[in-house]
Write a protein that binds this ligand. Structure first.
Ligand code: GDP
Ligand code: IMO
Ligand code: MG
Length: 425
């Protein structure tokens, strides 16, 4: 009957996986629709930690269909390994997974190209990608001539098409200084094996989702990355290569906006960012390190330490408007509970002028100075709070102020990684 979206409002890792897993019980289908193995979504169930890169976070709820839509760039060995790893832990994927035959595939040359380009900075700073071949794969998708979609693996001309692409990619990689050697026959054999294993899951998910909506099914869309990493509306060029804000849901899934009835924006009570790019509220000091330690802020996909800083209401307000957010899920409140004071960035100062909008050019964003509001910390354990009224007054004041600054109500507060450590307001 309708679609609900879960979208990150910062630079990724807002704990979207936890929220999707929690909400899944009210839905029939969970859909990943953009990004790829750059994503790392964590779900904690009964103390068991699951790290998902390709498979939707609905997978831990029995009876739910999981769909990987056409806007995702899929790395077959990563997806298959994830399926095997889930199976070894008793989570079976069979009739509960459908993968779009329209989605584009990541090949070894994409990863080699990503690594080679990551080594050469853009304007003095490396993007610091996840090296998962995301940018090169999306580039080939939009370029069309060198793209291979999942459905192509099952066509008689797959080998010929791939050999032609390998010839070109080998030249390109040599020019980029990569020593990657591509052997077409070996890659063909490997991907033919992947194709055989993936066959049971391959489907026309676009029509499947439209049929499902028309027959009254409830869809939950799981965003990857975050709104500030959106290719068109984020902090370009320090972004990912897909529309990772709310505007990407329709294009990536094939579900028109008329079906989307609600969007929940997920953000931490502070900010993190992995990789390069401007970060106005970054704390390159011991408080930043404290937040990193308390929040275990190390990348789910790459293990890199995440850069940490105060909550940036200018960025999140922009993201909430861009992504069409109805309500907020505020995560990691327990991490802030340890601090003696907590700061909120309520505006920026650019060239001596106070601004409240998020600048469109990275050069301007680099020059802004955050204007902070300081709130006293509450320094009280919140991990076992089950209701808003269980929270210390200081924490409630903080949440109220965040809601006021973003202009959206808080619907969910997370006080720990577990399913049960959640307050529904
Ligand atoms: P995602 O990519 O948006 O799904 O987020 P990640 O999984 O990359 O990172 C979120 C991390 O925070 C994971 O390790 C979660 O288990 C953890 N987490 C989620 N909610 C909370 C919370 O409220 N408090 C704490 N301390 N950790 C949380
Ligand atoms: P989830 O879904 C945090 C960042 C990378 C880099 C930039 C481009 O777990 O929130 P890419 O490999 O996409 O070309 O890298 O985007 N990035 C993420 N940061 N969480 C993610 O995913 C990310 N996916 C990409 O660190 O700065
Ligand atoms: Mg993540």
């Amino acid at each position: 009957m309708s679609g609900t979206c879960v979208i990150g409002l910062q630079w990724g890792d807002e704990a979207k996986g936890k929220i999707v897993d929690l909400l899944t019980r009210d839905f029939d289908i969970v859909v990943r629709y953009q990004g790829g193995a750059n994503a790392g979504h964590t779900v904690v169930v009964g103390g068991e930690v699951y790290k998902l890169h390709h498979i939707p976070s609905g997978v831990l709820s029995p009876g739910v269909m999981n769909v990987i839509g056409p806007g995702v760039v899929l790395n077959p060995p990563v997806a298959l390994q994830e399926i095997d790893s889930l199976a070894s832990r008793g989570v079976q994927l069979a009739d509960n997974l459908r993968i779009s035959d329209r989605l584009h595939l990541v090949f070894p040359w994409h990863i080699a190209e990503d690594k080679a380009l990551n080594a050469s900075p853009v304007g003095g700073e490396s993007i610091g990608t996840t090296n998962r071949g995301i940018g090169p794969c999306y580039r080939d998708k939009y370029g069309r001539s060198h793209a291979i979609r999942l459905g192509d693996l099952y066509r008689p001309d797959f080998r010929e098409k791939m050999e032609r692409i390998v010839d070109f990619k080998q030249l390109l990689l040599a020019h980029l200084g990569s020593d990657e050697l591509l052997v077409a026959g070996e890659i063909f054999d490997e991907y033919s094996g992947h194709a055989a294993r993936m066959k049971p899951f391959v489907a026309d998910t676009t029509n499947y989702l439209l049929d499902a909506l028309e027959s009254g099914k409830r869809l939950l869309f799981e965003g990857a990355q975050g709104s500030m990493l959106d290719i068109d509306h984020g902090t370009f060029p320090f972004v990912t290569s897909s529309n990772s804000s709310g505007v990407g849901v329709s294009a990536g899934s094939g579900v028109p906006a008329r079906w989307i009835k609600k969007t929940i924006g997920v953000c931490k009570g502070y900010t993190t960012r992995v990789g390069g790019g401007p970060f106005p509220t970054e704390l390159a000091d011991e408080i930043g390190q404290r937040i990193r330690d308390l929040g275990h802020e190390y990348g789910t996909t790459t293990g890199r330490p995440r850069r940490c800083g105060w909550f940036d209401a200018v960025a999140v307000r922009y993201a909430a408007r861009l992504s069409g957010v109805d309500s907020l899920a505020i995560m990691m409140l327990d991490v802030l509970s340890e601090l003696s004071e907590v700061k909120l960035c309520v505006a920026y100062e650019l060239d001596g002028q106070r601004i409240e909008h998020f600048p469109s050019h990275t050069d301007d964003l680099r020059r802004v100075k955050p204007v902070f509001e300081v709130l006293p910390g509450w320094q009280q354990e919140v991990r076992s709070a089950g209701r808003i009224s269980d929270l210390p007054a200081g924490a409630r004041r903080y949440l109220d102020r965040v809601a006021e600054l973003i202009g959206r109500p808080v619907e969910i507060v997370s006080v720990g990684p577990g399913r049960e450590q959640t307050i529904f307001v």
